[in-house]
Design a binder for this molecule. Sequence first.
Ligand SMILES: NC(=O)c1ccc[n+]([C@@H]2O[C@H](COP(=O)([O-])OP(=O)(O)OC[C@H]3O[C@@H](n4cnc5c(N)ncnc54)[C@H](OP(=O)(O)O)[C@@H]3O)[C@@H](O)[C@H]2O)c1
Length: 295
Amino acid sequence: MAFQRVGILSIGEMGYHWARLLKERGVEVMTSGRGRSEITQKRAENAGVRSAPIARLVSEADLIVSIVVPSAAKKVAAQVAKALLKVGRKDCLYLDANAISPMTAGDIDRILAPAEASFVDGCIIGSAAKLTDATVYVSGPRAEELRGLQDSGFSVEVLGQATGQASAFKVVYAGLTKGLQGLLTELLVGARKFDLLPEIMRRYEESFPGLVGKVGRSIAALPVHAGRRAEEMRELRATFHHHGLKAVIAPATQKVLEQIASLDCGKPSETGGREGDLLETLELFFQRGLLQEKD
Ligand SMILES: NC(=O)c1ccc[n+]([C@@H]2O[C@H](COP(=O)([O-])OP(=O)(O)OC[C@H]3O[C@@H](n4cnc5c(N)ncnc54)[C@H](OP(=O)(O)O)[C@@H]3O)[C@@H](O)[C@H]2O)c1
């Protein structure tokens, strides 16, 4: 059944595109922008999203979606649980669509339990800007109900009945995309240092057609998104550790992404759009001393 009113916490880049798509299909979208940054509030305004106190949002929405950053996923769930208990609403459907570990998903399930809210574990694979080409993967006892988003132009795939399946799927997927971004950034910064950048890019293209273009688009977004992507690698490492496996590449990728985030050189967009070009981004990283050995 299609959703009539969706509450999105928060209107970041992905939240903006969700809001736009839902609104285009006639769904009412609400958010609770209180305490959020100016840019997030501006994005909500630009997407035409109504901001309301959290108590109102949890009372009125048929579906609450958390699209934040992994480190905020539990905090947001706790705020929603508190508000649900306060207004006395039960049976609320809550989708976490962040790249979190299955353990974090389990914690969120437990956080929401006292409010008798139904948790759906989820993730989004694909780019925010091309949301109709992306897929929302879900799992959990009420995951089937998320098929209601298909009426609003989303692709939805149900992975199973268990909480944790969708998050495990996403962290393993994120390991590939962020791993490629970390590796290619490191190698191209090296090539820039050796004055071999165009030559090696041409050679990569010959050996792996399309790879540099595809991964390069994501690298160009790193000035804005490196911090959140580093958190995803932390969630991947924790998932492996929980299952007795020692991830080696994920922590290395996390380190590269954290170094990029510490350069603090990105400006988020007010409209969920992306700017940036691979060569300019690499030059910026190079000039800011990314991966330079400290004396
Ligand atoms: N962007 C993509 O193409 C893409 C693709 C696939 C999946 N995703 C998923 O979508 C999620 C969001 O990514 P994004 O690219 O939209 O990130 P983003 O642009 O950095 O936006 C993150 C949003 O979360 C908000 N936030 C941070 N801490 C919060 C808190 N404690 N309570 C409430 N809101 C909080 C931020 O608000 P402030 O500005 O106030 O900090 C911001 O609005 C991630 O989990 C990611 O895995 C994104």
